[in-house]
Design a protein around this ligand. Sequence first.
Ligand code: PPS
Length: 282
Amino acid sequence: MEALKTWQARQDDAFVVSYPKAGTTWTQEIVSAIVNEGDLEQINKSHTEFRVPYLEATFLSSTKEIHVPPTHEIVDKMKSPRTIKSHLPGHLLPPDVMKKKARIVYVARNPKDLAVSCFYFRKVNPFRSQDGEIVYGSWWNHYLYYWNLRHEPNVLFLKFEDMKKDLKGTVERIADFLGYTFSDDVIDRIVNHCTFGNMKANPMANPDTLVAKVIEAKLRHMKNGAEEVADSNDNVAPKDRPSFMRKGEVGDWKNHFTVAQNEAMDELIREKLAGSGLVFEC
Ligand code: PPS
């Protein structure tokens, strides 16, 4: 985080920024497909996580002998135009990103589905959340920071629900925002590549294999005493871990929330987003 304070962005960078579980991987795949001009052969040569690296996440090495540099140093060596993922809240995003007016595609999702998706991902990835503190802070602070930047020419604010309703329109909007004009054929190819079913079936877009490797490395690291295991949820057996590409739907919260939970969440949403103009269909 210290290094990111002075990290240099480039004007033609395309960032995908989001609160976790809001539709990051989906947006990553769309942005990557656009920047590769719909060349699926090229896109499918490497995994999304390598095409659109996760700026602030430095992955653990599988052995002591292999040194894995911090991701931002890997990103420094990438050719332009770079595509980069970040979950950083606005005040922690490297200041040079806005200074250089690098493009930011931000995606937000209705908080109820976000909570359900987080709940399942907690079984996939043993990230920590203790005493009400959660990685990347509260969703409303994250959303509102970028929502308030939505009129900046280098920021495009998207909602998961709109992407579900009109994937083709979304691909066209992002392409236009990033300065690409495509024929209908190319647009249709990108749309088809980025449907839930096709991404789930594509090992270069579905994070499952990579996630499993990252979790195993993390658990090994914890067992070696480098970090304490936060709680028993951290030990969900691989066979019981849900797929990262779980459902990809709008309104799955209805299958999970009690009436009381729904009312509490509605009140929280009303309170936190009051006066902002940001509303969700949920
Ligand atoms: S992460 O860990 O923050 O990167 O997760 P993120 O990618 O933001 O969110 C994961 C959820 O997005 C769903 N997803 C999709 N939905 C619709 N269409 C496509 N193509 C797609 N790709 C990913 C994924 O299934 C997770 O949502 P849930 O509700 O858990 O299924």
